[in-house]
Design a protein. Sequence first.
Length: 299
Amino acid sequence: MRSTIYITDIIRSKIGRSFPPYILSLPTALLVSAVSLYPLLYAIQRSLFETHYLELTRFIGLGNYIQFFSDAAGRRNILTSLSFTFGTLVLSVPVGLGLALILNTRIRGQVFFRTILLLPWIVSMAVTALLWGWIYNPLYGPINFLLSRVGGGGIDFLGDPKVAMLSLILSNVWRTYPLAMVLLLAALQTIPPGLYEAAHVDGATRIQIFRYITLPLIQPTLLITIIMLSSHCFNMVTQILFLTDGAPLHRTEVLSLRLFHELFISWKVGFAASIGILVVIFNVLFTLLYIKFLRREET
């Protein structure tokens, strides 16, 4: 038995010397490159050319990018995307954190409430858009029905330029808060109860406990939550496409929706590729900004 184990150890050691770790990880690296790096390089190439459908016609360098930024609509798309993303974060993260704090306590029917509160994230974007399209409907939607009962006038939530973006943000908060809730609830459950007991003994208030114990310990998870929601919101197309399709007056046309229009409706592949590269750059900037903020807080 010992001789068999000895021979096995010799074989493993020889294989380890013959195949260094980076060679063993090569298949994974190739797979990642195939599904992420190659499409990115392909999009960069297309963004530097003038195209006729999928055919490259003329090299124009940064012409597509210059065209995008020189157009007022392009700058408005960026501002609209930022408004939609940060508007969702400002509401979704606090709601998710508040529900996580409640569910982290001992309440009756805890499993039931967790399941119910998680349902919006499980529902597809298309179904979410249809649901909120019915809620916001100016003729037979439940909100306008209730307003009419109390003597108020009907509101065109998705057709009025003043409230269309806010309506989109609220519908997106309903769908995204469960992700923040689940991640933060998992982080809360890793905090040792002894810390809270010691804080109570020392006479700390609930606000002090949250500020000096809970918040610092869940900060890494909070950062990851913000990064994930930022990327999710900034890249969103389906829900906005179903609800407004960029209307009214292009007030809700975010950058990713503009990309969809230019690629699948206008078939401007090169111009759409340049917008796609801008979306990638913004996502990378978001991540680097949050990581820098976290490191500053840790120091």
